[in-house]
Design a protein around this ligand. Sequence first.
Ligand code: USQ
Length: 383
Amino acid sequence: MRILLLGADGYLGWPLALELTKKNCEVFAVDNGFKRDMCASLKINPLICIKDFLTRSSVLQATCKASFQALDVDLSNWENVNTLFLEYGPFDTVYQLAEQPSAPFSMISGSTSLKTLSNNVSITNNVLFAMATHCPDAHLIHIGTMGEYGTPNIDIEEGWLDIKHKGKSDRFLFPRQAGSVYHTSKIMTTDLIWFAVRNWGLSATELMQGPVYGLLSDLDDKNDVGQNHYYYDEIFGTVLNRFVAQAVANHPLTVYGKGEQKRGFINIIDSIQCLMLAMQQPAERGQLRIFNQITETFSVMQLAQKVQRAARAFDFRVRIERTENPRVESEDHYYNPKYSDLKKLGLVPTPLTDNALSQMFNSIMRHRSSIDVSKFRMRVSWK
Ligand code: USQ
């Protein structure tokens, strides 16, 4: 399989690259350091600093048996993407993970909002046009987000909704109502993909992912290949990763508002499993297949209580602190998303057990002294 992996230096991109090389795929991995640049501009560091993409890629290239090429390309430029497909294509699968992934980042200012929209929409646009032009048989796998649906007062189906109206019926994308500019940019990219599927008959899978947690790496790997970025700051850290780092640093767990906001969560192990399963069992030409990529639902308060309990086993007596919610979101709402279709493809879920949390604690504790507590509250406000 010839695979184009866009956003290969990311939290999901890098472990996916490793998994693909283990399965002997021919991987063309692209990243231009967009996220590292954003982090640098905000003075944010992940828990451990990892050598730059091309350097760690060269170590991987030298040690793995599969063919692996790393490329530094600005994908927001159409000519670059066209040339990439011409020179290295055709591909069997194109993973589009090269997106600005943070809701708080998109809400800092007009400039970060625009950066989010222009990056996410332009790259997906360029990829779709390049696929239609150079390899229309390739399968696109795109990471969407559960936050596109918002928190409606009806069950959330897997991507589609059957509507009956005045005696006639049809199937539409499930209604979207995002809670941030970032989530809105993901709605826009879903719409672009759906257009490309209808217009050019492309084959696409959209993975509507909830907040991901966990490591899937050895933070102490000496040659940087097995390591992964772990963010705990307000901008790039997802809630559970933040709570574990906060507990280890003996900082109160920052539950926003009432804490009754519910979300669907997924361990990074399962996230990578889903990305692989989607590649191994592609959508058909002219099909946009949508999966809700979560394995469990919790309220934010339930997560905080789980972390507080797990912390006691390590002698951390951490407080839960309800802080004013910087976001505009429902704090008490109906939430019943469906998420059975990925299991039908073969996903074996990894539940959030006390043991899974203990493993996270063990890894993070070894780097306790690197945690910068000032990054827990950067106070980006939605209001
Ligand atoms: N939250 C807290 N305390 C914190 C941080 C977050 O209570 O210290 C709450 C938020 O208010 C929110 C929930 O936890 O209700 C989830 O927040 P998050 O920061 O973990 O997730 P979010 O900003 O929605 O974005 C993350 C990823 C994004 C992905 C999305 C999936 O950054 O890339 O698309 O999760 S979803 O949330 O389902 O849209």
